[in-house]
Design a protein. Structure first.
Length: 72
């Protein structure tokens, strides 16, 4: 049952990320990298912590920081 919950969390985050990326046309490359990093980090955090809210949020923060620093 825990596996099913994790899949739902990953699907929800991925869906939100894909829908949110539709508004990225006016963003700079660094802003896009930050958004993609945060989304990928959130998915990774959710997977690694079994869908924990804190793990998902921490993953998003770490991914966003890494995405922000790429190509700087």
């Amino acid at each position: 049952m825990k596996y099913l919950t994790c899949n739902k969390a990953v699907a929800a985050v991925a869906s939100a990320m894909l829908l949110g990326m539709g508004g990225c046309s006016g963003m700079s490359t660094q802003d896009k990298n930050t958004a993609v990093g945060a989304g990928a980090g959130a998915v990774g955090g959710a997977v690694l912590t079994g869908g924990s809210t804190i793990g998902t949020a921490a993953g998003a923060v770490v991914g966003g920081v890494i995405g922000h620093e790429v190509d700087k």
